[in-house]
Design a protein. Structure first.
Length: 302
């Protein structure tokens, strides 16, 4: 029976542990020069409706290092962009490929693709969720701190797809999550309602960044305007002007708290250059770990 990765509800506690165990081994193998071509002759189709840097590079390089091939499929250059329905594309892709990664707008599109595909489907990002990012981030925290259990993560900024996936993760795993966002820019209400019922350590929304950041082990942020929201950019700059990770906010967190950002970063907006480039920032580590964690996901699913 095929397994997909569309959201964190698709994963059990054993799944999380297996992904991170494999990621650690694959990272060690790569660093020590050991071949690990477990996906030789396997193929991954990568459908992109949104532009990408880290997602494309990490999946493409990851498949290469695992001995397989990744195919970049833009909706501008395929029949998907000319009106071919998702069901037909999914069924057709299933006879050519061993797996599909999709980076698109609607979560419903990824879920529909998975319904009709007979191969594993991976959510590379939608407007609602970004599970691969948060899996990599949690692996990074585990690497740096030894465990994510009992820690406090403070997310500062827009209640976007990254925030929603943090919420889903906090519902499944034992860590505390505090989110600071302006009124009207909250995370998805359905995601939040379901997660609050399931969370063991607690998930809270604050309006003041300092309240969320207090005694946090990790400060995390993302851009104020995500892809597709460019027209709102100037309005959002005014609304979010106080929702910035800076030296002052860092003082509210625990001593030695780690600073994370999923990138790309707009220095001077959601985070200052001083903090982003500072000694407590682990943004490059978390970007690197996209490669290792996604290789683990590919090895497990394919």
């Amino acid at each position: 029976m095929k397994k997909d990765l569309l959201n964190f509800h698709d994963l059990t506690a054993d799944d999380f542990a297996l992904i991170w165990e494999k990621a650690a081994k694959l990272k060690k193998d790569l660093k020590e020069g050991r071949p690990h071509a477990s996906l030789r002759e396997k193929t991954l189709g990568m459908i992109f409706d949104k532009s990408s840097t880290r997602t494309r590079i990490s999946f493409e390089v990851g498949m290469y290092q695992l001995g397989g091939i990744a195919l970049f499929l833009s909706s501008r250059d395929t029949q998907i962009g000319r009106g071919e329905i998702i069901a037909d594309t999914a069924r057709m892709a299933s006879v050519y490929l061993n797996g599909i990664m999709i980076r698109t707008f609607a979560q419903e599109a990824v879920e529909e693709f998975a319904r009709f595909a007979t191969i594993p489907v991976i959510n590379g990002l939608t407007d609602l969720l970004h599970p691969c990012q948060i899996l990599s981030d949690l692996f990074t925290i585990k690497e740096k701190k030894g465990s994510y259990e009992g820690i406090k993560v403070a997310y500062i900024g827009d209640g976007n797809n990254v925030a929603n996936s943090w919420i889903e993760a906090a519902a499944k795993l034992p860590f505390e999550l505090a989110i600071a966002c302006p009124e009207g820019y909250d995370p998805n209400a359905d995601v939040m309602a379901k997660a609050v019922k399931e969370s063991k350590e607690g998930i809270k929304i604050y309006r003041e960044p300092s309240a969320a950041a207090k005694k946090a082990d990790v400060l995390y942020t993302d851009v104020w305007a995500s892809m597709g929201q460019e027209a709102e950019n100037e309005v959002r700059k005014k609304v979010f002007k106080n929702y910035q990770i800076n030296a002052s906010l860092l003082k509210e967190a625990k001593k030695g708290a780690m600073v994370m950002h999923c990138l790309p970063a707009h220095r001077g907006e959601e985070i200052t250059a001083e903090v982003l480039e500072g000694p407590q920032s682990i943004v490059i580590d978390q970007a690197e770990n996209r490669l290792h964690v996604q290789k683990a996901i590919l090895e497990i699913l394919l």
